[in-house]
Design a binder for this molecule. Structure first.
Ligand SMILES: [Zn+2]
Length: 161
C-alpha cells in the first residue's frame, strides 16, 4: 500500500485567531462554559488547526496572541474543554510522551504517519472502519463497537515521496 502523505491535511495553528475566538465564544455559550480570554485563545488555537497539537504546540500558538499565558493555564483549559466535551485528548504514542488534542469531537479515525504526524483518516476510511467495528463481536474484549468513538492506527512503512 502506498502511504498517501498527500491526502494528509495540514492546517497549522492560525496566525490570526480572531475568527476562531468568535467561534469559541458561541461554542462556550451553547455549552455553558464560562468565557475567559485565555480559554477563548486556547480553544481558538485548537479549533484553527487539524494537526492534533500537543500542549507545547498550542502554547506557541496562544503566546503569539497573549505572551503572558502560562503552560499551566493551557493544561487547565484543555482539561476543562475535554471535560465539557469540546475537545478530545489523544493518548500519547509512548509512555511519558505528550498527549495530543483535537477540537473535532465527532467519532473519527486517526492515523499516525511514519513521520510522526497525526492526521484524520479520509472520511470514507473513517466511516468504513467505524461501521465495521460497530457490528463487530467484541464482547470478549469488554467493549462493544457501539461504544467506540475513536480509533487510532499507526501506519508504518517507507515514505512514498
Ligand atoms: Zn482528529
Amino acid at each position: 500500500m502506498r502511504l498517501m502523505a498527500d491526502f494528509a491535511p495540514s492546517r497549522p495553528i492560525g496566525n490570526d485567531l480572531t475568527p476562531w475566538v468568535e467561534q469559541a465564544r458561541s461554542v462556550f455559550r451553547v455549552h455553558g462554559v464560562r468565557c475567559t480570554r485565555q480559554r477563548e485563545l486556547v480553544y481558538a488555537a485548537l479549533a484553527s488547526t487539524d494537526t492534533h497539537p500537543t500542549v507545547e504546540d498550542l502554547l506557541v500558538g496562544v503566546r503569539a496572541a497573549d505572551p503572558g499565558i502560562s503552560q499551566a493555564t493551557v493544561y487547565n483549559t484543555l482539561d476543562t474543554l475535554v471535560a465539557c466535551g469540546l475537545a478530545r485528548r489523544l493518548p500519547a504514542r509512548s509512555a511519558g510522551g505528550p498527549c495530543r488534542y483535537d477540537a473535532d469531537v465527532h467519532p473519527h479515525v486517526h492515523l499516525t504517519l511514519p513521520d510522526g504526524r497525526v492526521v484524520d483518516a479520509p472520511e470514507s476510511v473513517s466511516d468504513a472502519i467505524l461501521s465495521a467495528l460497530d457490528g463487530a463481536e467484541m464482547g470478549h474484549l469488554g467493549v462493544s463497537g457501539g461504544q467506540i468513538t475513536g480509533v487510532h492506527i499507526e501506519l508504518s512503512g517507507e515514505s512514498s515521496a
